[in-house]
Design a protein around this ligand. Structure first.
Ligand code: NAD
Length: 522
């Protein structure tokens, strides 16, 4: 056993995933060197089942020593993994893809039990993550370099990209499988090794993925999972052997992670929070727009960074739109995620539920009109679950707390505007710039909107414009700190660095052209 790993507790037995909800009081352990690792017996945190309101497990919270063990494992593995052929790396990626594809339902169940989202939504999350693994299977094509023949007499030049070393990922609760999969498949396919610190609120999906990656043939140490809170995060941000940090979470923590890790000389991409506006112009199909708005606001109980949380109803269509939105909001079937009849599940924790209810209270007190009220919702048979029903607040203005804060719950705030320019100005004045959408039948208005908004991802009659894996995902302004978006071409760039080689192989001895002048091509 290598030095930093001594004295820590290791278990060789694989974790049983068959019945997560039946395993109350179990401890969710770290995964280091392809081995289950219960840490150094220190702190832990509860993992809720949000649908029942019960604690279903404890998750180990890593100390700096446990993080150090994971980084040491990844550092040691980098030596050989970065030297593996493209063919060997790709073979593991394809095998991993097959396993995740075959067991997607199992992964969705784990997400549903810890996060609370409904099974069909969790399956969608798994699918979007799987697409990044598929993208990573094509890495040999994406990492092909560039070659210039004869840049000068007898001189050729080529560029290629090399991996960085140990990369760290720190991820949020709301996509416990997809967001980690935005990162580690691309990083690892590029030849890096990886330490993932998933959200402590729903940590099991990451461990499951690490088990499956090992089963696919990934060598020990290439992908490690440490659970934890600020202690683990800070240990990663300060670790000399971590070359790059990918973070996704709320804006204050994204800013903090970016500042601290860049000060430590690391490459950083830190994706933050959001306040996504959907603008409905008077010429839009109001029935279509209302359906789409409600789905985008209440899907996953609004706990999506691309959820629509603010609607801008423009001009004369506003009253009709609001009636249709109300109707759809009232029709949303709220219940436990495991129930096939549920369209929307509970909120992740009791603290989050209370925070959301507090915002609705504040909105009402500050003058918003509560058209649909999700407070106090009780789901029969799940009285202790953390439920909040769909909520629609009308006549919200830009000074209210419900508008200035990211609520991250099933609350749609509606602002009224006179025309498309006022709507664009409202969006551009907002500090966030993750996603936005416009509903219209006018190509000219849509084009003006697309070009005018200061937002990274824009939908035209598409309310949740999450890019496919072969494009990159990222917002602007306070929704992203750092230069690179995740996955797609920018993900490949983030996890590699370029090297340019200028070479000559003179056929008859070295030319006597040495000069103290700046070299120029001949
Ligand atoms: P969060 O910021 O609370 O936590 C994210 C990660 O940071 C977790 O792993 C957590 O353990 C860690 N963390 C929390 N507090 C910390 C601290 N003080 N110091 C160091 N690390 C800390 O976010 P969350 O509540 O898990 O997720 C929801 C947030 O994530 C929302 O703001 C949402 O918009 C955002 N999000 C953004 C995107 C995006 O692509 N921009 C995607 C998903 C989620």
């Amino acid at each position: 056993m290598r030095g930093p790993l001594r004295g820590l507790v290791w278990l060789r037995a694989p974790v049983c995933w068959r019945s997560v909800s039946a395993m109350a009081a179990r401890t969710i352990a770290h995964r280091i060197d392809n081995v289950t690792h219960v840490g150094d017996g220190g702190r832990s945190a509860p993992v809720w089942n949000p649908a029942t309101g019960q604690v279903q497990a404890e998750v180990a919270l890593a100390s700096a020593a446990t993080v150090d063990a994971a980084v040491a494992s990844a550092r040691a593995a980098f030596v050989s993994w970065s030297e593996e052929s493209l063919a060997a790396r790709t073979k593991v990626m394809f095998a991993f893809r097959e396993i995740v594809h075959a067991r997607a339902g199992q992964l969705a169940e784990v997400i549903c039990d810890e996060h609370g989202k409904v099974l069909s939504d969790a399956a969608g999350e798994v699918q979007r993550g799987l697409e990044v693994i598929e993208f990573a299977c094509s890495l040999p094509t994406l990492t092909k370099g560039a070659y210039s023949d004869q840049v000068s007499g007898g001189v050729d030049s080529y560029t290629f990209r090399q991996p960085l070393g140990v990369c760290a990922g720190i991820t949020p609760f709301n996509f416990p499988a997809m967001v980690p999969m935005w990162m580690f498949p691309v990083a690892i396919a590029c030849g890096n090794t990886f330490v993932l610190k998933p959200s402590e609120r729903d940590p099991s999906a990451s461990v499951m993925l690490a088990d499956w990656f090992a089963e696919a043939g990934l060598p020990a140490g290439v992908f490690n999972v440490v659970h934890g809170d600020k202690v683990a995060v800070d240990a990663l941000l300060d670790h000399d052997d971590v070359a790059a940090v990918s973070f996704v979470g709320s804006t204050p923590i994204a800013k903090y992670v970016h500042g601290r890790a860049t000060a430590n000389g690391k490459r950083v991409q830190a994706l933050g929070g959001a306040k996504n506006h959907a603008v409905v112009l008077p010429d839009a199909d109001m029935g279509f727009a209302a359906e789409q708005l409600a789905a985008a606001a209440f899907g996953s109980a609004g706990e999506r960074c691309m959820a629509i949380s603010a609607a801008v109803a423009v001009g004369s269509g506003a009253d009709q739109l609001m009636e249709l939105v109300d109707e759809r909001a009232r029709a949303v079937r709220v219940g436990p995620g495991r129930d096939a009849g549920s369209e929307m599940g509970p909120i992740v924790t009791p603290e989050s539920r209370d925070r959301i209810v507090g915002f609705i209270d504040a909105g009402e007190a500050q003058g918003a009109e509560v058209r649909v009220d999700g407070r106090g919702l009780v789901v029969p048979g799940h009285e202790d679950g953390f439920f909040v029903g769909p909520t629609v607040l009308d006549r919200v203005d830009a000074s209210m707390d419900v508008y200035t804060n990211e609520i991250f719950g099933p609350v749609l705030s509606v602002v009224r505007a006179d025309d498309v320019d006022e709507a664009i100005a409202l969006i551009n004045a907002n500090p966030y710039g993750n996603g936005t959408a416009v509903f219209t039948n006018s190509g000219a208005a849509a084009r003006r909107f697309v070009r005018g908004v200061h937002v990274g991802m824009v939908g035209v009659n598409v309310p949740v414009p999450v890019p496919m894996a072969f494009h990159s995902f990222g917002g602007w302004k306070d929704s992203l700190f750092g230069e690179h978006h995740v996955h797609g071409p920018e993900g490949v760039e983030f996890y590699t660095r370029a090297k340019v080689v200028t070479q000559r192989w003179p056929e008859s001895g070295l030319p006597g052209d040495a000069s103290l002048d700046m070299p120029t091509a001949r």
